[in-house]
Design a protein around this ligand. Structure first.
Ligand code: AHM
Ligand code: MG
Length: 345
């Protein structure tokens, strides 16, 4: 007889049983994310059919990037789902200029804040390439029952209570950690449920894939240039040359490397000395997942999760993936680039 799959909801409840003191708030919070993910997934799946949900809206976000209709749609869906359950007292999002405080009268007991990139890689949607949602959950530091403050959001990544992503790919998957390993659930549209498909995901200690936008090569720090050349050299013992794989969608690139072993790099460049990716919405949650799966995440010189954030939309150079590969890339950065002026190298 075919064995019945465990759903995400059932799995979270099972995990919660290990913590008798838990009140189920995090469970409820993750359920809101699961619900919004299903709604956004439905919309993304029909993006090719329904012309008015594709393309840009003609506006830019606070970082000057073009906003896509689905960026804003996903932002609204996740925000509304999180507000409805009343477990979250505020959110910060790549698509919002400032953090959003939910009505304290409705959230008088809630102790969590959520930071998110509601639709990462969204410029890929119009050409049917995978995109993702990234989320990061912290306990607030301000008193419960009062409006949230900036300090609630500017916490180092090591303080995350949970983190995860949804990849809307050839199949849709939700991958999350609460600090007890990384677990992946594949969406079965026929029953409308995320089903446990990848329990306790572990990333290989080393791999043969490197993922970087090599079109920017000329602008990279010397440490990154030398590391790319290292990846391309022949060495049978380390299975080099490595293969280049770059989708241009962080969640998908990370997800592939997590499973197969590899490194993803978005370094500083001469024109963007802090790189492109956002510390709070992209790098911290992905870093927590990487570490929980046995991998590493660095800014080229130190651990991402130890960075003390100073602003909401802060960017940071990002090196993430198999631990041995990240360590080798860091050694090239130490030898050929300087922390103070990473782009010049
Ligand atoms: P976004 O949040 O505006 O979508 O930008 C983040 C995306 C990542 O998913 C991806 O890895 C990167 O930008 C690609 O950037 P580039 O086109 O410069 O290689
Ligand atoms: Mg993004």
């Amino acid at each position: 007889m075919e064995q019945r799959m465990m759903t995400l909801g059932e799995y979270i409840v099972k995990q919660q049983a290990h913590y008798p003191e838990a009140k189920g708030e995090l469970t409820s919070l993750l359920s809101s994310i699961r619900l919004a993910a299903k709604v956004v997934n439905r919309e993304i799946n029909k993006a090719g059919l329904v012309a008015d949900i594709q393309g840009g809206v003609g506006s830019t976000n606070v970082q000057g990037e073009d906003q896509q209709k689905l960026d804003l749609y996903a932002n609204e869906q996740f925000k509304a789902a999180l507000e409805a359950r009343r477990e979250v007292c505020g959110i910060a999002s790549e698509e919002e200029p400032d953090f959003v405080s939910f009505n304290p009268e409705h959230t008088s007991n809630s102790k969590y804040v959520v930071l998110m990139d509601p639709l990462d890689g969204s410029s890929n949607i119009d050409v049917n390439v995978s995109v993702g949602t990234i989320f990061s959950i912290y306990r607030r530091v301000s008193p419960v029952g009062t409006p949230v403050t900036l300090d609630d959001f500017l916490q180092p990544g090591r303080k995350q209570v949970a983190a995860g992503y949804i990849v809307y790919g050839s199949s849709t998957m939700l991958v999350y950690t609460t600090g007890q390993g990384v677990h992946g659930f594949t969406y079965d549209p026929s029953i409308g449920c995320f089903c446990l498909s990848h329990e306790n995901m572990r990333t290989p200690e080393t791999g043969t894939l490197y993922s970087i936008n090599e079109g920017n090569y000329i602008k990279f720090p010397d440490g990154v240039k030398k590391y790319i050349k290292y990846c391309q050299e022949r060495d049978d013992a380390t299975q080099r040359p490595y293969s280049a794989r770059y989708i241009g969608s962080l969640v998908s690139d990370f997800h592939r490397n997590l499973l197969k072993g590899g490194i993803y790099i978005y370094p500083s460049t001469a024109s963007a000395p802090q790189g492109k990716l956002r510390l709070l919405y992209e790098c911290n949650p992905i870093a927590m997942l990487a570490e929980q799966a046995g991998g590493k995440a660095s800014d080229g010189f130190g651990r991402i999760l130890d960075i003390e954030p100073t602003e909401l939309h802060q960017r940071v150079p990002f090196f993430v993936g198999s631990s041995a590969m990240v360590e080798t890339a860091e050694s090239f950065m130490r030898d050929y680039s300087s922390h103070e002026d990473p782009a010049r190298g």
